[in-house]
Ligand binder design. Structure first.
Ligand code: NDP
Length: 606
């Protein structure tokens, strides 16, 4: 550390070099040579892990062979917002295709006990002002968010033409007719002039490719298909059927942090198999203050979202409107930048100061573990040794105390890079076999795999080129929305070459409005299609990569996870380095300028 820094931080109370070395050692312990291949496909004998537990079996309908203006694939917030914004833009002839039995996407599938959004509800739930709805609490639980999805579906007449319980199998461009041919698992052969793919960034559950996983003779399920028939109870808990069951939960990411307290409360015995601990900060939920709600003036939600986006990017703001655990992280980081002459600091100095603030914050997260968890060995294992944004930060008041219960045991598997194997009786970790009645896989979702694999269907564009081939060396898009040779085809996602934010729904709404604008332009100009020129696409990929370079060193030093492509950081691979680094607000400004210029710059119009 420089002498100047030393002076500023004379009272650090920790040794940065020691912490850096500890972080490195903990990372090295966990990096696996297989990278993303350490996970297995949820197909064949594991396909039942994807079954929809929330619909009655036996649904059937006649195949469709008609044509609409726009097909939207996905009925989560992305697809619904695309539908809502298209309706507002006057595009009426639309159809959503959705695998689940209702709208909601993430919130349709993830109904595990305790499921809650970590992002403040006033920022997260879309279209609050348009629909006149105010969330009940600062952090909404899953049922309220799921209900809000249905509210959007009804308010914008999205139910009218939606195909639920339907999976797209392939989308093929027909040059002569300038239409997309969409085939599905319900034998539909429909056509559309435009396709909007809103398949969600984390939609495909993954399982560890661990030896013996097929041998287990007990019960098992993935958290995104919670089996309440087996556990009893509902999202509020009361999992009474577990009272005589020995349960193993694999994984300690954001999902496990929320669900483990409920399983721990009801299971006869719970073993939590942890490889990397999450950072668990305070939750502090509270009911919505009605006086505050009444004091809000039109435009408040956008202002709040923009304020949040700036805060979580470390940009100076006059006031922190959200004032929660996320923004606190950045307030803390920014507090290290001197008020007088901040511009005199070099990027290196700022990044060093940010690192110091990060150490301080993570020390407080680790101290909290010591304060809450009584067993010293468990407490030690529950401490995260990495910088805060190496993994998704979590916020929960019940998770850590769960390890003080006599029926709950933490099994630290970090030395063996995860569980060793699964047997017919249970899980083997650190050479010990834990006999179990049920294994709950809280092992997350595919991120580093190809776009089309996660979408679940192939897209065949002009000249028979597949989107898989087009993206073989990384994403290639203009503004993250569309690709050369794939006319009238748009992607939404928020993690792909455009403005991202941890508040994904605000990004999806911005993207929906932008895509709505382009589709409306094509229709009103009487054109048959648009797609980016090769040059514009290449230039945009270069822009994304050149701006992303700054984060590479940060993620290379991180413990492995989906934020850093399981420890193998490379430009254009995984989710990091894929977004527009200046952030969602800057991206929106750029897109507003692009729209205002009115010439669909970089797009070829036919
Ligand atoms: P994650 O990918 O975050 O976590 C998967 C967990 O499984 C990790 O702890 C991982 O360990 C562990 N794991 C994988 N393989 C093994 C193995 N072989 N042995 C032992 N452990 C293993 O999935 P989640 O479902 O928890 O969360 C996914 C994302 O969903 C979050 O990051 C967040 O973006 C979102 N989410 C958002 C919420 C919200 O409030 N808005 C709530 C819940 C989820 P390791 O870390 O070592 O890889």
């Amino acid at each position: 550390m420089s002498a100047e820094m030393n002076k500023r931080y004379h009272n650090l109370g920790f040794d940065p070099e020691q912490l850096r070395a500890k972080y490195q050692a903990e990372r090295d312990k966990r990096v696996r040579s297989e990278g993303n291949d350490q996970y297995r496909d949820v197909t064949d004998q594991f396909a039942h892990f994807l079954n929809d537990p929330y619909v009655k079996p036996g649904y059937a309908r006649e195949p469709l062979t008609d044509q609409v203006d726009v097909v939207i694939v996905g009925g989560g917030f992305g697809g619904m917002l695309a539908g809502a914004r298209l309706r507002q833009a006057g595009v009426e002839n639309i159809r959503i295709i959705e695998a689940g039995g209702d709208f909601g996407g993430t919130w349709y599938w993830n109904r595990y006990p305790g499921a809650q959004c970590d992002i403040e509800s006033y920022c997260y739930l879309p279209l609050l002002e348009e629909l006149g709805y105010m969330p009940k609490e600062k952090y909404s639980y899953a049922p309220e968010i799921y209900e809000h999805s249905q509210r959007i579906g009804q308010a914008f007449d999205l139910y009218e033409n939606t195909c639920f319980q339907t999976k797209v199998e392939c989308i093929t461009w027909e040059e002569d007719a300038a239409t997309w041919l969409i085939t599905t698992d319900r034998d539909d052969v429909m056509r559309a002039r435009f396709v909007v793919m809103a398949c969600g960034p984390l939609n495909r559950p993954k399982l560890p490719a661990v030896e013996g996983i097929e041998d287990f003779e007990g019960h098992s399920f993935h958290t995104s298909r919670w089996d309440y028939d087996y556990t009893g109870g509902d999202h509020e808990g009361n999992l009474h059927k577990l009272s005589d069951k020995r349960i193993g939960v694999i994984g300690t990411g954001a999902t496990a942090i929320q669900s483990v307290p409920y399983v721990g409360e009801h299971a006869k015995a719970l073993y939590v198999f942890q490889r990397t601990p999450s950072s668990v900060d305070l939750r502090g939920n509270s009911p919505t203050d009605s006086q505050w709600a009444q004091s809000l003036t039109p435009g408040w939600q956008r202002a709040r979202r923009e304020n949040f986006n700036d805060m979580v990017l470390g940009k100076p703001v006059e006031q922190d409107l959200v004032n929660d655990g996320w923004t606190e992280i950045f307030r803390d980081l920014m507090s290290v930048v001197p008020k007088e002459n901040p511009d005199d600091m070099s990027p290196e100095q700022i990044s060093e100061l940010a690192e110091m603030a990060d150490f301080r914050k993570m020390n407080s997260i680790r101290d909290r573990v010591d304060q809450v968890v009584e067993d010293k060995e468990a407490a030690e294992a529950l401490k995260p040794w990495y910088r805060q944004f190496c993994k998704r930060p979590t916020f929960n008041d019940e998770y850590l105390p769960t390890f003080n219960r006599e029926n709950v045991m933490l099994v630290d598997t970090s030395e063996s890079k995860g569980i060793e194997r699964i047997t017919k009786n249970g899980i083997v970790a650190n050479g010990v076999e834990y006999e179990l009645d049920c294994i709950i896989f809280a092992t997350g979702f595919e991120v580093g795999t190809s776009y089309t694999r996660r979408a679940g269907f192939e897209v065949i564009g002009q000249g028979g080129e597949t989107l898989t081939d087009h993206f073989a060396d990384g994403l290639k898009t203009l503004h993250g929305f569309s690709s050369h040779g794939f006319p009238n085809c748009f992607q939404m996602g928020g993690l792909s070459q455009n403005g991202g934010s941890v508040n994904l729904t605000s990004v999806l709404d911005d993207h929906a409005q932008h895509i709505g604008y382009i589709i409306k332009e094509v229709l009103s100009r009487g054109a048959s299609y648009v797609h980016p020129t090769q040059e514009a696409e290449t230039a945009w990929v270069d822009t994304i990569r050149s701006l992303a370079i700054n984060s590479q060193a940060y993620f290379e030093a991180c413990t492995p996870g989906y934020y850093n492509n399981e420890g193998y950081v490379a430009p254009g691979v995984g989710i990091m380095g894929q977004g527009y680094a200046p952030g969602a607000n800057a991206f929106n400004n750029l897109m507003a300028q692009w729209r205002n210029s009115g010439d669909l710059a970089g797009m070829q119009i036919k």
